[in-house]
Write a protein that binds this ligand. Structure first.
Ligand SMILES: *[C@@H]1O[C@H](CO)[C@@H](O)[C@H](O)[C@H]1NC(C)=O
Length: 213
């Protein structure tokens, strides 16, 4: 291999491994949520105030789901000041025994800090190996981009986790809902999971998409 080839491979590799959301080209670009056309994506910077860079919506947990989880995402959709900055945040609260069902963030790696409690946390790699353990208050765990991951409060008190993402809009796909609550043809799911149509209807009823914020 020529030196040039070696160099281009190295450069390409570092580009690929370093890239997440694109780098900003301005100090900031507060998303203009009013702009219907999206032709002018940034709020006029002369009109920016400190309030554009503060989000107060996660002081408290939100409404708990049937699985005992309240997850409040702080992404660009609720916090326009994050626009083009390549990161976002989440506060997740768990009731005792509460579960964050297996899910994926297609556009971001997540690093999660246990603020309170004991949480069984893990992910599954593309060889179906499970990397999971109970992490405690003060510990962090990383969930690589795009891999299925999950959490359960195994302590005897409520638990709280704070997470960061290297995307302003990580995206979220819950596996149960994506598979059984999305309207994939019944025959396919019956065959894929070896379910009777009765068992499948039960799952579908339970997993019809829930709204979230
Ligand atoms: C931004 O606001 C300033 C002050 O009101 C104004 O002078 C300027 O023309 C605006 N810029 C754009 C692109 O609208």
């Amino acid at each position: 291999m020529s030196l040039l080839t070696v160099l281009s491979v190295i450069l390409l590799h570092s580009y690929v491994t370093l890239s997440s959301d694109p780098d900003p080209v301005q100090d900031f670009c507060i998303a203009d949520m009013e702009s219907a056309t999206k032709i002018q994506p940034c709020k006029n910077s002369s009109a920016a105030t400190v309030e554009d860079f503060v989000y107060s919506g996660i002081k408290l947990p939100g409404i708990f789901s049937e699985t005992g989880l309240s997850a409040k995402s702080v992404n660009v959709n609720v916090f326009p000041g994050l626009n083009k900055l390549g990161l976002s945040f989440v506060r997740a609260d768990f009731e005792v025994g509460g579960v964050n069902v297996p899910h994926i963030h297609p556009r971001a790696t997540e690093i999660a800090f246990v603020l309170e409690g004991r949480v069984y946390s893990g992910f599954v790699d593309t060889e179906n190996r499970v990397f999971a353990k109970v992490i405690e208050k003060g510990e962090v765990m990383v969930f690589p981009k795009g891999l299925v991951h999950f959490q359960m409060n195994v302590g005897d008190k409520p638990a709280t986790i704070l997470g960061s993402f290297n995307s302003q809009n990580p995206g979220l796909q819950r596996i149960p809902t994506a598979v059984f609550g999305s309207g994939i043809k019944e025959k396919l799911l019956e065959k894929a999971f070896g379910l009777s149509s009765k068992e499948l209807s039960k799952l579908r009823m339970k997993l019809a998409p829930q709204e979230l914020s």
